[in-house]
Design a protein around this ligand. Structure first.
Ligand code: GDP
Length: 365
């Protein structure tokens, strides 16, 4: 599963949010086969109302949601890139992630110590961003040294040199690598560096319950900052989320109403949806009597690659994918009716799988 790292300074609410995500996932998906892998890594079910609709149409015995994995990366502090507070280890954990949720403390609570002595959302963002950029700068400089030796022998491509040079300038100013203007080809030469500050980020503004509906001045600061980076913001209250997990649907509605929040998506659902968007992910379905199951793919994946998400044999032996769009199937009411109406297509190796496709793969074993 794709992995999202939850980062932020100590005492901003990371663990509270992480634990709420894990508990919610277990509560929502009774037959979800896996939960916490390691103490700080967990797999969450992606909530999806289409699963039940498809299961009803095809008389499936069960539904299996698709999943994302989250890692609670504790312990980032100022100086982490220089090894402060086990910093290097935490930075290595981030390197393995596909995306970052940066939790920012936007609540005051004198009982909860802030590492810098006061609550200041923008300063906190700067501290973390700077550590990521400095860690990347060290990485880029190491690579540059090696690359400049190898350029004469032709082992280093010109694109890689120019990519590294551009990155050094941006990182040296303490700005994130994602702001460097590299061509597609330049980016691909530095992919293997796993630059932390090149990873897509969502800011989770963690507010106290009374600010969940209206936000506050710090949330506005975070929004402005995120906008300047082209990043998105989700306002959550980690505390509220951790209380919601124990409530049933009616209780949730009235609890949220008391806080002035209309019952829509919970903060956790919003967060999961944003990660999906950030990573440009798509969902397709397989559906039969045994089960209806959702699968995650990257935008642009062709049918054989999408099949490979289920099993590598499906990709190797791919023949075709019987394909029907979710909306068409729902409108037809049954697979049989959809076939009779000509809505089920046989798609080949060049087909780009679309959001909501319901697929049946034919393959050679
Ligand atoms: P972490 O160090 O970032 O993982 O922070 P924790 O999740 O352990 O939270 C630190 C403390 O802040 C705990 O005592 C939490 O209960 C508290 N906390 C977390 N979120 C909120 C919030 O939204 N409002 C308030 N008042 N306290 C919170």
């Amino acid at each position: 599963a794709l992995k999202t790292g939850i980062v932020g300074l100590p005492n901003v609410g990371k663990s509270t949010l992480f634990n709420a995500l894990m508990q919610e996932s277990q509560a929502q998906a009774a037959n979800f086969p896996f939960c916490t892998i390691e103490p700080n890594t967990g797999v969450v079910a992606v909530p999806d109302p289409k699963l039940k609709v498809l299961a009803d149409i095809n008389n499936s015995r069960k539904t299996v949601p698709t999943s994302l994995s989250f890692v609670d990366i504790a312990g980032l502090v100022a100086g982490a890139s220089k090894g402060e507070g086990l910093g290097n280890q935490f930075l290595a954990n981030i390197r393995e992630c596909d995306a970052i949720v940066h939790v920012v403390r936007c609540f005051e609570d004198e009982n909860i110590v802030h590492v810098s002595g006061s609550v200041d959302a923008l300063r906190d963002i700067e501290v973390i961003s700077l550590e990521l950029a400095l860690s990347d700068l060290a990485q880029v400089e190491r690579r540059l040294q090696r690359a400049s030796k190898d350029i004469k022998s032709g082992k280093t491509k010109a694109e890689e040199m120019s990519a590294l040079e551009k990155l050094r300038v941006v990182l040296d100013e303490g700005r994130p690598a994602r702001q460097a203007e590299l061509t597609q080809e330049e980016w691909s030469t530095v992919q293997s560096l796993g630059l932390l500050s090149a990873k897509p980020v969502i800011y989770a503004a963690n507010v106290q319950d009374s600010d969940l509906a209206g936000g506050n001045a710090m949330v506005e600061d975070v929004r402005k900052h995120a906008e300047s980076e082209g990043a998105s913001v989700v306002v959550v209250s980690a505390q509220v989320e951790s209380e919601l997990v124990d409530l049933d649907n009616d209780e949730r509605t009235s609890f949220l109403e008391e806080l002035g929040v209309a019952r829509g998506e919970t903060g956790l659902e919003k967060l999961i949806a944003q990660v999906y968007k950030l990573l440009d992910l798509r969902t397709y379905y397989t559906s039969g009597e045994t089960e209806t199951k959702a699968w995650t793919i990257k935008k642009g994946m062709l049918a054989p690659q999408a099949a490979g998400v289920i099993h590598s044999d499906f990709e190797k032996g791919f023949i075709k994918a019987e394909t029907v769009a979710y909306d068409d199937l729902v409108a037809a009411g049954s697979m049989k009716a959809a076939k009779e109406a000509g809505m089920v297509r046989a798609e080949g190796k060049e087909y780009e799988v679309q959001e909501g496709d319901v697929l049946l793969f034919r393959f050679n074993v």
